[in-house]
Unconditional design. Sequence first.
Length: 130
Amino acid sequence: MVEENKLEDSTSCSAAFQNATKYLTFDEDTMMTDKLMNVAENFFEEEEKEEARPVRRGVASVKTRTKWNDQEEEEINCLFRSFLVKRKQPSSLDCRLVLKKSETNSGIIHKRSVSAVKNKVIRMIKSLVK
């Protein structure tokens, strides 16, 4: 069975391609193959579009850096004395325990994050080594 191929879907083919293939004739098997190829192409195009989009997990909070004052540095020297003497870097667990101790003793550094305190101690150790 032979039928005239008139492409009606302008989203899958350009207008020039539609005009070029307007008067071509295809049998049913060829048309079915073309339809399957269009479906496959659309599937892969959609997959590429999905990969291109960045994943947003939420709005990032902006934190400004606050300078370490003398009281905070003295408290760090007091609470992390054993680490400073041994020149050993504290773990996150060590920092959490010291922050709890600071909070129970009405200290100042418990307001800082664990990573900020840990980085400060590491920088203090590096400055001692130099």
